[in-house]
Design a protein. Structure first.
Length: 350
């Protein structure tokens, strides 16, 4: 069977999601999930009919929340499907390519590779900002680059990308390439959104999700905000019934006035926990805590492997990242933050 598969698929290493990596424990801080288990009820009726491809009330609700027109919104199975659709719509397999700026979210490269689309890497600078000169030369040298992925707050580093650079990049790439700005964590730094730039740049696509601040990772509901031209191209390649009826139902509840108020309250709570963990870890010798603007913190320390392993043995699951000697810790509830802090403190004193 192996040999029957596409060569690209034979060679592919699938995305190492936290769920695939597994582990055993009771403190799960490796997938940037929310600790809040909010409950919803669904009617469970009307399931004999196919769902609407883009349920109007859901699109309305998200457009309202994001402050854009309904024609600038598409809903997908998680932000991950948005990435996939953009690749499908804009990149010719075995011909076009995408530009990524590591260290960043792994799915851009995996999704591209999956479809036979090459990836050009222009690493972030030492302070984890865009290397504007490097991106410029890459665009100059390679006419096949169609999409440029930028993540802010960046996963796994946690920092925001300078807005001036994003704007300059959009100007530089007008009529040339799409800038895909991943705002999966933007609710934790709402003032940093670039959604207002949609009014000026029709080559901007913004990825959003209900998986993080809205505490709905298991729902699989995401959105892309973009010019109607981009949205219409994505609608050409999306499967016919991408939004299950119960998903639309729950997503609308999450985006209701009460749902938004709860999300904002929970974001405040997690931001306080992040400050607690940041302060606590910063006091420990031998650890550098990088400023974090999402619901996670990246820490640098020697002996990462040992600490990771000891944490795992104690049932506390965090994430290794592509950044050398670093661990990414999701912000859980206060009890979980206390546990991880106490454990690392004890580790370092031994
Ligand atoms: C979690 C995450 C996503 C994926 O979100 P889903 O909506 O769950 O598919 C996209 N981008 C980044 C940077 C993420 O961390």
């Amino acid at each position: 069977m192996e040999k029957l598969a596409r060569e690209q698929v034979q060679a592919l290493t699938p995305y190492q999601s936290a769920r695939r990596i597994g582990g055993s424990g009771d403190v799960w801080l490796n997938a940037n999930e929310s600790p809040f288990d909010n409950t919803y009820t669904v009617s469970g009726q009307g399931l004999n009919r196919y769902s609407s491809c883009q349920p109007a009330s859901l699109i309305n609700a998200y457009a309202n929340y994001a402050g854009v027109d309904t024609g600038q919104v598409i809903t997908t199975r998680g932000a991950d499907e948005g990435i996939d659709l953009l690749l499908r719509a804009f990149c010719e397999p075995n011909q076009d390519s995408v530009l990524i700026c590591p260290p960043t979210y792994g799915m851009y490269a995996v999704s591209a590779e999956n479809q036979g689309i090459a990836t050009t890497q222009v690493p972030l600078t030492a302070d984890w900002q865009l290397d504007m000169a490097g991106i410029d030369s890459a665009l100059e040298a390679d006419a096949s680059i169609k999409l440029i992925f930028v993540c802010s707050p960046n996963n796994p580093t946690g920092n925001l990308i300078n807005r001036d650079d994003i704007e300059a990049l959009l100007t530089r790439t007008q009529d040339r390439a799409i800038v895909v700005l991943d705002e999966a964590y933007i609710e934790f730094s709402p003032e940093a959104t670039c959604a207002d730039l949609l009014a000026r740049f029709d080559n901007l696509a913004i990825l959003r999700t209900l998986s993080k601040a809205f505490a709905l990772a298991g729902l699989r509901c995401g959105f892309t905000l973009a010019s109607p031209a981009i949205i219409n191209l994505m609608l050409k390649v999306i499967p016919p019934y991408p939004v299950p009826v119960p998903v639309a139902d729950i997503a609308e509840q999450a985006l209701s006035e009460a749902g938004l108020a709860r999300m904002k309250y929970q974001v405040l709570d997690l931001t306080a926990n992040r400050a607690y963990l940041q302060a606590g870890l910063s006091m420990l010798p031998g650890i550098k805590v990088h400023p974090g603007f999402g619901n996670y913190l990246l820490i640098s320390l020697d002996d990462t492997d040992a600490v990771f392993e000891h944490l795992g043995n104690a049932g506390i699951i965090v994430r290794r990242t592509a950044v050398e000697n670093s661990l990414r810790i999701s912000i859980g509830n206060r009890d979980e933050c206390e546990k991880v802090l106490a454990f690392i403190r004890q580790q370092l004193s031994e």
